[in-house]
Design a protein around this ligand. Structure first.
Ligand code: CUA
Length: 199
């Protein structure tokens, strides 16, 4: 080996031994430091995560969803909040989402609140990080932001019955100023926003 030849040429057998011992102890320190770092990171993460509040679980009675409360039909769709964000409420059932076309502004914090009326459905939006499960009895929350206007598809990605493959909705992202203009007139009329074709 080239390195041992060099050691022999440099300082004879004794010198080579010292160089090897020094390299070994140097590596022992480096490996020890890596292990110490990983252990410290594990300790920090477990303490830090354990100090977090538990995931907020919100329940809702799927049998009375449509009769009263947050998920009655006139309250589904998008609405602006005082802090400038937009809340979108969606209900999934076999085999559609309501609203079937979700309208949201670009470059705005979006809070999706959704639930299922019958069985477990999937909720995902193409070309985005939106991906969650809708479970009857629970409200699922997702916070996101769409940077560009555009059209996305929103398929159900959890097998929910014979009509699963046909269970789709659309998401339409429009420029923020246009959305806010529409929001003013819609909300004055007491309506939620969506891109479902009216009448
Ligand atoms: Cu709903 Cu698959």
């Amino acid at each position: 080996m080239a390195s041992s030849d060099n050691i022999h040429e440099g300082g004879g057998h004794e010198g080579g031994h010292d160089v090897a011992a020094a390299a070994e102890s140097r590596w022992a320190w480096i490996v020890g430091a890596i292990i110490a770092f990983l252990v410290a990171m594990m300790g920090y993460m477990s303490l830090h995560w354990a100090s977090m509040p538990p995931v907020r679980t919100e329940t809702i009675d799927p049998a009375t969803l449509h009769l009263a409360g947050e998920f009655v039909e006139p309250n589904l769709g998008s609405t602006t909040e005082p802090d400038g964000s937009v809340t979108v409420r969606v209900v999934a059932n076999q085999y559609s989402f309501t609203p079937a076309c979700v309208l949201v502004p670009a470059d705005t914090p979006i809070h999706i609140r959704a639930t299922a009326a019958d069985v477990v459905h999937g909720f995902s939006v193409s070309h985005s990080n939106v991906n969650m499960m809708l479970v009857p009895g629970y409200i699922s929350n997702f916070e996101t932001k769409f940077s560009q206007p555009g059209d996305h598809v929103m398929p159900c990605h959890e097998y929910c019955g014979t009509g699963h493959a046909a269970m789709w909705a659309h998401v339409k992202i429009i420029p923020k100023d246009e959305f806010m203009r529409q929001a003013q007139s819609q909300q004055q009329a007491g309506r939620r926003m969506s891109c479902v074709q009216q009448g």
